[in-house]
Design a binder for this molecule. Structure first.
Ligand SMILES: NC(=O)c1ccc[n+]([C@@H]2O[C@H](COP(=O)([O-])OP(=O)(O)OC[C@H]3O[C@@H](n4cnc5c(N)ncnc54)[C@H](OP(=O)(O)O)[C@@H]3O)[C@@H](O)[C@H]2O)c1
Length: 318
């Protein structure tokens, strides 16, 4: 076996058999096996393409060379206490990045153009437009200036928003006010009307979106208060703090794609909250074809002596 596929089917498109077909088309002549269905000699496995494999599984392959995490976030994978010390490649494809930026653009525009208010007016039959400011009057702050955050920031700036970003290490992106590290957080928040979280979930970022942080957001903007969009991971926001901040007006609204528990439990207060928009972790649906092409290309390059791209840095947890 060259490549073992360890995924569970979350949809028709994600069945292990479909992954095998796609990968086999792109890696002709290599043996591709499915875990747990196929009988496999563990020592024959060189690569594993995995999404949330059971803890301990990857440690059973003594000749494993590379793990391909079939998503952008590796928080679930890094929970494995027996994760072998081999390179981990995560997904960073234009397809995924473009879809994430669409989500960010759409929701920022909905807030900016007061679309929820207009929908409500339509339902009531009211022709009552409110003042509308230009895009450059809205300050958008993107937390995480990685593959996705940097793309979203650039596209927001292209629309005309006044965009800033925050990352761990200092960045320089044309047209974006870049802030970094602990020292950069307060000034970044102080000029943010719409906060867009595109951070990975790590020990450092867990719970970063809490009451204290919401209180540091700008309150002097055109919206009359700040909004939160979280499309990173649910563990970034503290749910009770989001609810309390919405209820006391510290936040005007929240758009949440990701949750501590997914699917969001039916009784969860976010579902019916008038100031919350819930989307079912589909800010970016993964295109399995694009991911398969990406994994196959990396294997071919690796075997030709080339470098693997988008490696996870375990010290930082992303
Ligand atoms: N909702 C969805 O459907 C969906 C889809 C795809 C991805 N995601 C989420 O989006 C996340 C980001 O993806 P990506 O590809 O853009 O990741 P990435 O390229 O690794 O970028 C991560 C960014 O976060 C910054 N960062 C990490 N830890 C930080 C900290 N402690 N303080 C400040 N900044 C920190 C990094 O700073 P440096 O630049 O200094 O390293 C980097 O700019 C993924 O991890 C995943 O959780 C969600």
């Amino acid at each position: 076996v060259t490549l073992l596929v360890a995924v569970h089917a979350s949809s028709e498109n994600w069945t292990p058999a479909r992954w095998r077909t796609r990968l086999a088309e792109r890696l002709p002549g290599r043996r591709i096996a499915l875990w747990p269905d196929d009988a496999v000699d563990p020592s024959s496995v060189r690569y594993v393409a995995a999404w949330k494999p059971p803890p301990g599984l990857l440690a059973t392959f003594p000749n494993l060379e590379v793990v391909f995490n079939l998503g952008a976030g590796v928080d679930a994978l890094l929970q494995d206490p027996r994760l072998p010390d081999v390179p981990i490649v995560r997904v960073a494809t234009d397809d995924l990045t473009n879809r994430m930026s669409e989500y960010v653009l759409m929701h920022t525009l909905m807030i900016h153009r007061q679309q929820r208010y207009l929908d409500d007016c339509q339902r009531r039959g009211f022709w009552t437009p409110r003042d509308q400011w230009a895009a450059n009057a809205l300050r958008v702050g993107v937390m995480g200036l990685g593959v996705i955050g940097a793309d979203a920031a650039r596209k927001l700036a292209l629309v005309g928003f006044d965009v800033a970003g925050w990352s761990r290490s200092p960045k320089s992106i044309e047209g974006i006010a870049c802030f970094a590290g602990d020292a950069g957080l307060a000034p970044f928040l102080a000029r943010t009307d719409v906060l867009v979280a595109l951070l990975p979930l790590t020990p450092d970022t867990r719970g970063v979106l809490d009451r204290r942080l919401f209180a540091d957001l700008a309150r002097d903007g055109r919206l009359g208060g700040p909004w939160l969009i979280n499309a990173g991971r649910g563990g970034l926001h503290v749910e009770e703090d989001v609810l309390a901040a919405l209820d006391d007006g510290t936040l005007l609204g929240a758009v949440l794609d990701v949750f501590a528990t997914e699917p969001l439990p039916p009784e969860h207060p976010f579902w019916g909250h008038p100031k919350v928009t819930v989307t079912p972790h589909n800010a970016a649906d993964s295109d399995a074809e694009a991911i398969s092409a990406y994994v196959a290309a990396q294997i071919v390059r690796h075997e030709a002596g080339g470098a693997l791209a988008n490696l996870v840095d375990r010290r930082h947890g992303y």
